[in-house]
Design a protein around this ligand. Structure first.
Ligand code: GAP
Length: 458
């Protein structure tokens, strides 16, 4: 069993709740099942992930970023295929009137069955013949039926068929419908990409595994447009780029793998898809996906909107470009990074240190500043304020409790360094800097602190 599979997800969730990474959504009203709000520490990490995504997927690649709306014209979802095809398959247990995802039941109870390759009637047969008790209840199974995952909503005050629309289930479609606008206004030449970061919504039947599968989540998606003959090259390019990106953020190599989809699994639009999977404590799970969507989306939107969504090549001919899509779920990536970083270390008998070994560049706070004793707070606050004003380090100040307790508090939230101001500081203008993982301490002149920390930036 790998180190990750030995980690207990419930222990990690409790830790993240206690420390202020996540809160139960609407907690004072009893909460909403499997729905989490992010606290200050998680927000700090997510801001960094987004910053690096913009750097690595947009800026350094000379791609373009947009910000389209969550609520769009409902015809978008007819054209994209979501109205007809974006469904999970449910089966009802008539004894307790609960509905379940058929594939989840079979996956959980019969791991030897390849759910992706099974037909609906095969799944139905297995469940009806073999599952006599489920979820604490006797069973009497109905038929398997599709359930569309889009959240329905209504625009404007008058409730008519025409006012009905959906919350977007992916950010991608906002990019396809703006393809012509971006191409025209940027005068971009193929190949080029358009990306966006934003919330997506899916009425998941069984949100589960903490923030792995939720009904509201954030995506970072790039639609990279190119010629068909180059699409395979770019498909491979973006798979590698995504793998490098998650490793750069700190995921350990041994906990990620690339899994190409089998033919039967491909989405209705896809000419090829690969997932990057992460070894969660509950097993390998999809972290993000890279798809070759062909020219399905632009073709569909051309048809449904009666607008040419083609691209004029230099020789005067027109093409509908192919599209490679690296699509990353921010919440899932955050979960993987936190699990990867979580460690319990036995420092001495009956002394366990909980430490989040997050990379310096994404940790919620990078540097903590402490006075050894409260009476040294003036000198410590001066260093804290001066670093706040002259660097963009994420800093935290703490003067309460013993110095040992303060170190542990910062270890538990992943702060990489701690500066301690002591009596020697008054004599020679040096401080101790303690590194989180090794717990080693060095004496560093105050004037060198800025350069010292800048060397850890990537
Ligand atoms: N535009 C393509 C698309 O949306 P997807 O595989 O359905 O593809 C992409 O979603 C990524 O979004 C997933 O790999 C995952 O990281 C994230 N994601 C999808 N559904 C999610 C959910 N219910 N909760 C959290 N993240 C989700």
């Amino acid at each position: 069993m790998s180190k990750n599979q030995k980690k207990n997800i419930q222990t990690i969730i409790n830790h993240l709740k206690t420390q202020g990474f996540v809160y139960q959504n609407s907690e004072i009203y009893g909460g909403v099942i499997n729905t989490w709000d992010y606290g200050p520490l998680a927000c700090n990490i997510m801001s960094q992930i987004k910053k690096y995504w913009i750097r690595d997927f947009i800026t350094r690649e000379k791609n373009f970023q947009i910000d389209s709306k969550i609520i769009m014209n409902p015809n978008v979802w007819k054209a994209s295929g979501h109205v007809d095809n974006f469904s999970d398959f449910l089966i009802e247990n008539k004894v307790n009137q609960k509905r379940y995802r058929a594939d989840h039941i079979v996956k959980d109870l019969f791991p030897e069955v390849n759910v992706e390759k099974s037909t609906l009637s095969e799944l139905e047969k297995i469940i009806k013949e073999k599952v006599k008790e489920y979820d604490g209840s006797k069973t009497n199974w109905g038929e398997i039926r599709p359930f569309n995952l889009m959240f329905k909503t209504q625009m404007g005050a008058i409730d008519t068929q025409a006012s009905h629309t959906f919350l977007r289930p992916e950010t991608a479609q906002g990019i396809f419908v703006n393809f012509k606008n971006v191409a025209r206004t940027t005068r971009a030449k193929l190949p080029f990409g358009i990306g966006q970061i934003g919330k997506s919504f899916r009425n998941e039947i069984t949100p589960r595994d903490f923030i792995f599968r939720t009904r509201e989540f954030e995506q970072m998606e790039l639609e990279f447009f190119c010629l068909e003959k180059e699409s395979d090259k770019f498909y491979k390019y973006w798979i590698k780029k995504c793998a490098d990106f998650v490793k750069f953020l700190g995921l350990k190599k041994e906990n990620i793998r690339i899994r190409p989809h089998e033919k039967e699994e491909l989405s209705h639009y896809s000419k090829g898809t690969s997932d990057i999977e992460y070894l969660f404590p509950f097993g390998w799970g999809e972290l993000l996906g890279i798809a070759n969507r062909g020219n399905y989306d632009l073709t569909q939107h051309s048809k449904f909107s009666n607008t040419e969504l083609d691209y004029l090549l230099e020789d005067g001919s027109k093409v509908i470009p192919y599209c490679i899509e690296p699509s990353i779920g921010l919440d899932r990536l955050l979960l993987a990074l936190l699990i990867d970083a979580y460690n319990e270390e036995e420092i001495a008998k009956d002394d366990i240190r909980i430490v989040l070994k997050l990379d310096f560049n994404i940790s919620p706070y990078q540097v903590a500043v402490f006075p050894l004793m409260k009476k040294l707070n003036k000198e410590a606050l001066e260093i804290y304020d001066s670093l706040l004003q002259t660097t963009d380090l994420r800093l935290i100040y703490d003067e309460t409790g013993s110095i040992g307790k303060r170190y542990r508090r910062q270890d538990a939230i992943g702060t990489k360094f701690a500066i301690t101001v002591d009596f020697e500081t008054l004599e020679n203008k040096t401080v101790t800097v303690r590194e989180r993982d090794s717990m080693e301490q060095k004496r560093i002149p105050i004037n060198d602190l800025k350069t010292y920390f800048e060397n850890f930036r990537k």
